[in-house]
Write a protein that binds this ligand. Structure first.
Ligand SMILES: *[C@@H]1O[C@H](CO)[C@@H](O)[C@H](O)[C@H]1NC(C)=O
Ligand SMILES: *[C@@H]1O[C@H](CO)[C@@H](O)[C@H](O)[C@H]1NC(C)=O
Ligand SMILES: *[C@@H]1O[C@H](CO)[C@@H](O)[C@H](O)[C@H]1NC(C)=O
Ligand SMILES: *[C@@H]1O[C@H](CO)[C@@H](O)[C@H](O)[C@H]1NC(C)=O
Ligand SMILES: *[C@@H]1O[C@H](CO)[C@@H](O)[C@H](O)[C@H]1NC(C)=O
Ligand SMILES: *[C@@H]1O[C@H](CO)[C@@H](O)[C@H](O)[C@H]1NC(C)=O
Length: 880
């Protein structure tokens, strides 16, 4: 979402508060490049046809069938921004026991709340390459959301996927690879939803830069122009995995795809998400991205958040009372409204929220005990809004473990690391110590001051405390001198024993805030360290012969100014550690544990090593900014490998204090494959309701009801309701439906059939086991095995040389100790999306040789297993 409270609605960009516009026009599509089409896809497939959701849909039907029109339109929309405790608050149907739902940011912790854990960000979690930890973090997050009374966790974020290194919100996701993102999302969703909290996978789809993302009354948001195969094999992949994991809700993106806004793109919502991926939950808009009333309904949107029009706080909505009107006047079929309400209620039952979920006991709007209940109303009753419920339990442990196991050792010349605690340490850089104004001093973390623990925007949480690196280092080592400055100070002549540790960082965030001239994206700082960090490293390297660089960063940086300097001996990427920045790092620096993180993106030597379409952001244009995915599948290492460009550090790279030996690889065929998946299962039945237009009286404001100013209600005045009903009853005046509009439910595409697509796509095709031995003598450590697939030669599809398909991390192995790990490839993993067949095709069917490369990084692949002979060999030259 875009806007956060704290300063309440004053935080809203003044440019938005100009003209009152509450009838968002459907924006022109004229500038979309030739060939990119937003095809119509109607109607919205009904939810409820999958066995795994049947029980919830039956309960939902029983409830929704008792709802009045105004109750149905109440629960599908928010009551207005800053009109309740959470960042999103739906209307209720209290008469039937259906409460307001609390939707809360962020993906890394309960936002705007006290006594919560500020977990490491998504990018940090991705860098662990540890499925169990990803799950454990999700479970802890779920417990905290539940403990605060939130129904819906607004995460995980997998869009952006990290296509553009400069993109502002990449750090909220797990890394620049669809499989890494997918696994991060799946494990998070499982962890969260097992606690009875609905997860929200977002932002669907193509939100790969921040600037120009949003529609406003004067300009449409940019259009991400994505071809069908690239969509399926890269950007949709993590969403499909999330739906397969049973995610309860999906949030659309601000931008358009192929010229049509994501919040009302029928092809994406009705077609891809609800039909092909068989999504059974509900689809919500991102905050204030709702730009049409009837059309977004027909396109498959189920929930409008936070309820207001693009320009909030005037008490206007395109839904709520307008949705009531458009149902009465016959423009929105009751069939669609019933499905919207049923999807929301079914998700509530699916995660057991009909039992024992207390209302929220915190407020996003204030940290005080008491405050206005409806802050946006200006005149509001007040009362207790914060109960200071401590939900942290011992979650600092999993937070610290993620922070620690994500730390990625990129260089360690002469084994400078780990350090003995008796070394004389000179620490440089303001990034080593907590923000002197306090860790939460900047609203939405929209500043870069002190240790960088998270980016900025809506994807943040308040720190309950901040364990900073300098405190943790001083706790361990006695000879520490800290120069809390980013300009190299004058220092005494170094002794041979001196080690300089230089802290630098790079920040990014959401476009709703500009930090040091970076508009969310890193458009100003680009890929250089902030605050002259490169200079600080170079100066330290001139003075000291042993320099360790620690980087807190949202994404890749260009390291060339200093990485090859002989005195820069060690480099650690600590990513965005959240509250547990200190001890997690000290444990690595002093060798309590070996580093075991791996890069969730490649670090190039120059920004121009990537093609312009992804190396650069899209700048201002008249009309709609066009962001065309001309590089297709070739992002990050897929592109670098194709062009034989050696990065400085490749995707998946990460060193340890010890060494590992991968041996004994064996591959087996598990499920035999056919060219395309077996026929999908037919859709099951879905709830049936009367589709007659309800009596106007179901929409009347209760007599004598005291309204709250600017609160969004679903009722109409009797006059308004009667005249809308008269239009609908006459059935003469017809709405101008979008081109291609239909109302007959269909059997659905062949590629569908279950959550995420055809169920057979998740059949395990090949399984590989191997032994990993700690071949060092001094240090324990955890190893990561990564499996990259190379498609058979001579197939009629262009494919990247290698693509990550699975990974596994060991527990700590003592020197000499071994573990066996298993890596799996599903049918989907060995398929390509065929745009003609509109299905996943196995191009190597019939015994063509796929090569599964196994190693510790995308460019260190020395073992290969073959799917034709079912043999493996090692000691090979890496394919890239
Ligand atoms: C965008 O246009 C391309 C090219 O026509 C097409 O392959 C793709 O399916 C379209 N995507 C969406 C989401 O409309
Ligand atoms: C809509 O929800 C609000 C907030 O809970 C509630 O005050 C109102 O009575 C609800 N309207 C209907 C029709 O139930
Ligand atoms: C807050 O919510 C939790 C459950 O999630 C509940 O146990 C607790 O009683 C609530 N506290 C207050 C003060 O409402
Ligand atoms: C019905 O109401 C909606 C919402 O106000 C409006 O957009 C639509 O044009 C109306 N339809 C008719 C036929 O008047
Ligand atoms: C956490 O809750 C306690 C009461 O249990 C309260 O005293 C304290 O101020 C809260 N912490 C924060 C950061 O608000
Ligand atoms: C790894 O272990 C295998 C089996 O024990 C051995 O044959 C091989 O030489 C080892 N390789 C390295 C690089 O240590």
């Amino acid at each position: 979402m875009a806007l956060r409270s704290g300063a309440l609605w004053l935080a809203i960009s003044p440019s938005l508060l100009g003209p009152v516009c509450h009838a968002g026009p459907v924006q022109p599509r004229d500038d979309v490049p030739a060939g990119y089409v937003a095809a119509p896809y109607y109607p919205t497939p009904h939810g409820g046809w999958l066995p795994s959701w049947t029980a919830s849909y039956e309960k939902a039907r029983a409830l929704v069938s008792q709802m009045t029109l105004a109750e149905k339109t109440n629960i599908t929309g928010g009551v207005g921004i800053y009109m309740g405790p959470c960042v999103g608050n739906t209307g209720s149907a209290l008469r039937l026991g259906f409460p307001q739902l609390c939707l809360q940011d962020s993906a890394l912790g309960v936002a705007s709340a006290d006594n919560v854990t500020a977990f490491p960000a998504g990018i940090t979690t991705g860098a662990t390459f540890d499925k169990a930890l990803m799950y454990a973090r999700g479970a802890a997050l779920g417990q905290e959301f539940r403990g605060k009374g939130a129904n819906v966790y607004l995460g995980p974020a997998v869009g952006p996927l990290g296509r553009k290194p400069l993109g502002g919100r990449n750090w909220e996701g797990f890394g620049s690879d669809p499989v890494l993102q997918a696994v991060g999302a799946r494990q998070t969703i499982k962890g969260v939803q097992e606690q009875g909290v609905i997860a929200t996978i977002k932002h669907f789809i193509g939100n790969e830069q921040e600037m120009y993302r949003m529609y406003n009354p004067f300009q449409p948001g940019y259009s991400a122009n994505i071809d069908d195969r690239t969509l399926h094999e890269i950007y949709l992949w993590p969403f499909a995995e999330g739906v397969h994991a049973g995610v309860g809700s999906v949030m659309t993106a601000y931008n358009a795809v192929n010229g049509s806004a994501c919040s009302q793109n029928s092809y994406l919502i009705n077609g891809i998400l609800k039909d092909e991926l068989g999504f059974q939950g509900f689809v919500m808009s991102d905050w204030l991205s709702h730009i049409s009333g009837v059309d977004s309904t027909l396109a498959g949107l189920d929930m409008d958040m936070p309820g207001d029009t693009q320009v909030p706080l005037f008490g206007f909505s395109l839904w709520k009372y307008e949705l009531t009107r458009s149902t009465l006047n016959g423009s929105v079929p009751l069939d669609r409204l019933n499905d919207m309400a049923t999807r929301i209620v079914a998700a509530w039952y699916q995660f057991g929220q009909d039992k024992n979920i207390p209302p929220p006991n915190f407020s996003s709007n204030t940290r005080d005990r008491d405050g206005p209940l409806y802050p946006a109303a200006l005149f509001s009753p007040s009362g207790q809004v914060n109960w200071f419920v401590n939900v942290q339990a011992d979650h600092y442990k999993v937070a610290r473990q993620v922070a620690q196991d994500a730390i990625t050792l990129l260089k360690n010349s002469g084994s400078l690391l780990p350090l003995s605690t008796s070394r004389l340490l000179k620490i440089f850089g303001t990034d080593a110590a907590v923000n002197p104004d306090g860790p939460n001093a900047c609203l939405n973390r929209a500043c870069d001051k002190g240790t960088l623990g998270m980016g900025w925007g809506s994807g943040v949480a308040d720190y309950p405390y901040f364990d900073d690196p300098i405190t943790a280092i001083k706790k361990r080592a006695s000879g520490v001198t800290f120069y809390n400055t980013d300009s190299f100070p004058s220092v005494p002549a170094p002794t041979a024993d001196d080690v300089a540790i230089v802290f630098i960082n790079s920040d990014a965030g959401e476009n709703s805030f500009t930090v040091e001239n970076n508009h969310g994206d890193r458009d100003s700082a680009r890929l250089s360290a902030w605050h002259n960090g490169d200079e600080l490293v170079k100066k330290a390297a001139e003075k000291y012969s042993n320099v360790v660089v620690v980087v807190h960063t949202v994404g890749p940086l260009i390291l060339e100014p200093w990485i090859d300097l002989p005195s820069v001996k060690a480099l650690l990427f600590a990513h965005l550690p959240g509250q547990e920045a200190g001890e997690s790092l000290a444990n690595i620096l002093f060798g309590d544990v070996s580093p075991s993180g791996h890069l969730p993106y490649s670090i190039t030597k120059a920004a121009t090593d990537l093609p312009d379409s992804i190396a650069n952001l899209k700048g201002f244009a008249l009309g709609q900014v066009q962001d065309t995915y001309s590089e297709g599948l070739y992002i990050d290492y897929r592109y670098l490998n194709k062009m034989s460009i050696k990065p400085r550090f490749a995707f998946g790279h990460g060193l340890s204090y010890t060494t590992f030996n991968l041996s004994g690889a064996a591959i087996s065929s598990v499920t035999p494959l056919s060219l395309i998946p077996p026929p999908r299962a037919a859709k099951g039945s879905t709830p049936a309701y009367s589709t007659a237009i309800p009596p106007a009286a179901e929409a009347y404001f209760p007599t004598g009801f005291n309204t709250i100013w600017r609160y969004l209600y679903s009722w109409l005045s009797p006059d308004d309701a009667n005249s809308a009903y008269a239009i609908g009853a006459a059935g003469v005046k017809k709405y101008t439906y979008p081109v291609g509009y239909k109302t007959t439910q269909t059997a659905g595409p062949a590629a569908g059939g279950d959550q995420g697509g055809n169920a057979a796509l998740w059949d395990v095709a090949f399984s590989i086991s191997l032994t990993i031995r700690n071949s060092g003598t001094q240090f324990g450590g955890k190893a990561v095995a990564q499996a990259y697939l190379q498609y058979p030669a001579g197939i009629p599809y262009d494919t990247p040389i290698v693509q990550l398909r699975d990974f596994a991390k060991t527990d700590t192995l003592a020197p000499g100790e071994s573990a066996t790990v298993t890596l799996q490839l599903t049918r989907k993993d060995v398929s390509v999306w065929d745009v003609e067949a509109q299905n996943w095709v196995v191009p190597g069917v019939g015994g063509k040789r796929y090569t599964v490369w196994i190693g510790e990084a995308s460019d260190k692949l020395f073992t290969a297993c073959y799917t034709d002979t079912l043999t493996c060999e090692s000691g090979l030259a890496s394919p890239v």
